[in-house]
Structure formats: structure tokens, C-alpha cells
Design a binder for this molecule. Structure first.
Ligand code: ZN
Length: 155
């Protein structure tokens, strides 16, 4: 079966940045299983995988626009250190859970710790990055009616 909308796809993959550093990998663990065409994974990778079948290998270079978007400077905020009172040992690279102005949960990365302020970045960790994937298609099957209704895979 070929990968197309409404199929459930299992892939093993390794993700690297432009410099070749590994960012993420399913190697040695469970494959990534997703519902194709439902926005479960980045659009650029869906485009690359469409038409493939179990056993196929892939490599894909995905620009930010088809991955996690460009860095949005508006999502970087400087807040008083006091705002993080109660959090021990605030340091760059730390990730915190916060809420956006419309009430959604968002992950904030501490990018700078000053004397009195902390810089928080709500951009996705992979925003602005060109992503290099390589991997292989493990399995492709038709999604169930319930999976299609929910927009995600059921284990
Ligand atoms: Zn469900």
C-alpha cells in the first residue's frame, strides 16, 4: 500500500540539523506512527513520504516554511526574574510550560538569564531550522473510520 491521505504510516527516522548534529531519532526505539494527511507531522515530510511504501528508504531536506516555521521575534519576551519565583536554578536552555494570551499551553525556552530579567522564547525549538531527515518506511495501512474521525492514530 502506498502512503496517501488516510493511511497510517510507521517510519524510523533520524533528524539532523544543517551541521549534521542529530536532533532526534527513533532508532533503537518504537517507530513514529502517524495518520497521513491529518497534520500529525510537518507538512514537508508528509510531502516527501507520499507515494512511498513499506521498505522504502527516504532522505528529505525540509526548509523552515514546511517544518516549524521561521523564528518569530514577537514570541521572544523579557520578563522580570521575579516572574519565575519558585523555580530553582533558572538557566539558559531550561524549558518551562506557560500559557499564551489566548490560554493555550506553550513551551517556553529560557534563552538568557540576566541580573533582573529572563528572556523567554516561545518559538518551537526547531523554528527557523532546515531539517535533514533520513529513514525508512516500516509499515503502511488504511486508517480505521474512528482514527479518521479523531484525526490521529490509535494504538
Ligand atoms: Zn482518538
Amino acid at each position: 500500500m502506498q502512503i496517501a491521505n488516510n493511511t497510517v504510516v510507521s517510519i524510523h527516522y533520524t533528524l539532523r540539523d544543517e551541521a549534521g548534529s542529530e536532533l532526534d531519532s527513533s532508532a533503537g526505539g518504537e517507530p513514529l506512527v502517524y495518520l497521513h494527511g491529518a497534520g500529525n507531522i510537518i507538512s514537508g515530510l508528509e510531502t516527501e513520504l507520499a507515494g512511498m511504501q513499506a521498505g522504502d528508504d527516504f532522505t528529505a531536506v525540509i526548509p523552515p516554511a514546511d517544518a516549524y516555521g521561521e523564528m518569530d521575534p514577537q514570541l521572544v519576551r523579557e520578563v522580570p526574574l521575579d516572574a519565575l519565583a519558585g523555580i530553582d536554578d533558572v538557566r539558559p536552555g531550561m524549558r518551562l510550560q506557560g500559557q499564551s494570551s489566548d490560554g493555550r499551553t506553550q513551551i517556553l525556552t529560557v534563552t538568557k538569564v540576566g541580573e533582573e530579567t529572563v528572556t523567554l522564547d516561545a518559538n518551537h525549538m526547531l523554528a527557523g531550522m532546515t531539517l535533514h531527515f533520513e529513514g525508512s518506511v516500516q509499515d503502511v495501512r488504511a486508517a480505521t473510520a474512528e482514527e479518521l474521525e479523531h484525526g490521529h492514530v490509535h494504538g
